[in-house]
Design a protein around this ligand. Structure first.
Ligand code: ATP
Ligand code: MG
Length: 200
C-alpha cells in the first residue's frame, strides 16, 4: 500500500535535466547530489531519494548495496526500492560539510567511526567509494552515519576518504587551524581537489 503511495509521489517529482522543477507538497526538499535529490516525506518522516532521469538505474544498485549494510548502525535503514527511487531512514543531524560551515568540531573519534563503517562495508564484499564530506552525517546525539553508498559496487579504488583523512591529520588537527569556513571557500577547495591542484 505504502509502496504504491510513494511511487505515486515520486511520479510527481519533475526534472528538467538535473534540476527539480516541481515536487509534491507532501515532500520537503532536504538535499541534492550529483545523481539524485533527497526529500523528507512529512507523513512517514522517511527520506525519498529520487534519482535524476539519467541516473534512474542507480536506484536498484544503491538498494542492493543497502541490503548488505542497512542492518549496521553506521548506515541508514532502507525501507523500499522502486523505479528510480529509494526510501531510507531520515538521519537527523548535519553532514560533515555542514560541520565545517557551522564550526562544529570534527573529532578523531568521528573519523574512526567512518573507518569502522567502511571496514564493515569491505567485510560485506563491497568497495567503499565516493565517501566525501556531504556523504557522512553527524547525528544530533553525536553518532556517525554514512548516507550515500551508490558507488560501493565499483571496482576502481576511490581515494576520497583517504585524502580527507590525510587533510584532517595534516591540517585540521593543528591547534591554530580554523574549524569554521565559508561555504564558498569549501567549494573552491573541492574544485581544486577535483582538478588535482591541492598538495594532498
Ligand atoms: N538518509 C538521509 N538523511 C538525511 N539527509 C539525507 C539522507 N540522504 C541524503 N540526505 C541529504 O541529501 C543530500 C544528497 O543525497 P545523496 O548524497 O544520497 O545524493 P547523491 O546524488 O547520491 O550524492 P553524490 O553527489 O555524493 O553522488 C546529502 O548530502 C544529504 O544532505
Ligand atoms: Mg551524496
Amino acid at each position: 500500500m505504502r509502496e504504491i503511495k510513494m511511487k505515486a509521489l515520486v511520479e510527481q517529482v519533475h526534472f528538467h535535466n538535473e534540476k527539480v522543477i516541481h515536487y509534491p507538497d507532501s515532500l520537503e526538499w532536504i538535499g541534492q547530489g550529483r545523481s539524485a535529490v533527497a526529500f523528507r516525506h512529512y507523513e512517514t518522516g522517511r527520506v525519498v531519494k529520487v534519482f535524476y532521469p539519467s541516473y534512474r538505474t542507480v536506484a536498484t544498485v544503491e538498494a542492493d548495496v543497502y541490503t548488505r549494510l542497512s542492518t549496521h548502525e553506521l548506515f541508514p535503514e532502507v525501507y523500499e526500492a522502486g523505479d528510480g527511487y529509494i526510501v531510507l531512514e531520515y538521519v537527523t543531524g548535519r553532514t560533515l560539510y555542514d560541520c565545517l560551515v557551522e564550526g562544529v568540531p570534527i573529532t578523531e573519534e568521528m573519523i574512526h567511526e567512518v573507518d569502522r563503517a567502511l571496514g564493515f562495508a569491505r567485510s560485506q564484499g563491497l568497495n567503499p567509494s565516493d565517501t566525501h564530506l556531504k556523504n557522512i552525517m553527524l547525528t544530533e546525539d553525536g553518532r556517525i552515519k554514512v548516507i550515500d553508498v551508490a558507488r560501493f559496487f565499483q571496482e576502481e579504488e576511490c581515494p576520497h576518504w583517504d585524502d580527507l583523512k590525510k587533510a584532517y591529520y595534516t591540517y585540521y588537527q593543528r591547534p591554530y587551524f580554523p574549524k569554521k569556513y565559508p561555504r564558498l571557500f569549501i567549494e573552491c577547495v573541492i574544485q581544486l581537489y577535483r582538478r588535482r591542484l591541492l598538495p594532498i
